[in-house]
Write a protein that binds this ligand. Sequence first.
Ligand SMILES: NC(=O)c1ccc[n+]([C@@H]2O[C@H](COP(=O)([O-])OP(=O)(O)OC[C@H]3O[C@@H](n4cnc5c(N)ncnc54)[C@H](OP(=O)(O)O)[C@@H]3O)[C@@H](O)[C@H]2O)c1
Length: 329
Amino acid sequence: MRVAVVGATGMVGEVMLKVLAERNFPVTELIPVASERSVGKTLTYKGKDYTVVGLETAVSMKPDIALFSAGGDTSLEWAPKFAEVGTTVVDNSSAWRMDPTKKLVVPEINAHELTKEDKIIANPNCSTIQLVMALNPLHKKYKMKRVVVSTYQSVSGTGVKAVRQLENEIAGIEGEMAYPYPIGRNALPHCDVFQDNGYTKEEMKLAREPQKIMNDRSFSISATAVRIPTAGGHSESVNVEFENDFDLAEVRQLLSDTPGVVVQDNTATNTYPMPIFAHDKDEVFVGRIRRDETQPNSLNMWIVADNLRKGAATNTIQIAEYLIENKLV
Ligand SMILES: NC(=O)c1ccc[n+]([C@@H]2O[C@H](COP(=O)([O-])OP(=O)(O)OC[C@H]3O[C@@H](n4cnc5c(N)ncnc54)[C@H](OP(=O)(O)O)[C@@H]3O)[C@@H](O)[C@H]2O)c1
């Protein structure tokens, strides 16, 4: 496979190269792509040096697959140009996610929807991926009515500039700000831009994307997204109301039996998911599983995953692997 990584110099792009190498993805030719600022820079992949090229050059090389993580505007403009030359694009930005003509895929849930005709495939938002990985098996069994989720999102979810802001604040250096306020020793109830309805774009992604991925509009999700000064993963406090009652031991078993999900749940030993343990891992970790005692058929849980891995790079590469395994590319 001739594989272009668009946004190869960014936070997600860097992890993308790492995950491609780790999983021994069948790369015959790697094409690292970034903005004009980075053209000519050298990146190392599997011990070999590669020169970063611009988008125009990359399209002319007609790669088999292009893994995009270079922002929505780049995707909107360039994904169709790659698709036109026969490249299959898997895109990490929000550009195509809610486009009814594009599939929004978490491989464990809906990769079976993919066909050869899908030339631009959307990777869901990082917070959405870890949420649906835990919700999907429970929804199948108990049928969800309503979900209330509050996120505690790491600065790596915003990109290089935000990680630098936190590092500068810790070091006491004045530098460029990615957020409107300091993030160290703070919590910003503001992820992505505010919309007319008072929610942020991130909160609306959490409300809408799960319905599309799970192909079910019978449940609703209300979200509050908060940025906190962690670097290695997103956490989510999740309250779910089901149609049907559940047994807590069965809930733990269902989640444990779900590929890609790990249950870490033992209050006696202070065992629960945390970003420091999820960092650099591909799994979604679930714990603090308990009954909501204030209303019937309701559950509380805590979900943590590395936003740069399962939330972005790993999920994207799993989609690409599925395409190859099923001869769709
Ligand atoms: N961070 C996460 O957890 C996460 C999770 C899921 C999805 N995403 C999405 O992935 C994308 C990248 O996020 P990130 O966190 O990796 O951001 P980032 O660290 O800021 O990196 C952005 C990358 O895009 C490239 N780029 C920017 N403008 C470009 C242009 N006009 N043409 C070509 N390349 C351009 C940059 O190249 P230069 O180095 O040359 O500037 C860099 O490689 C975003 O759409 C984001 O929403 C991020």
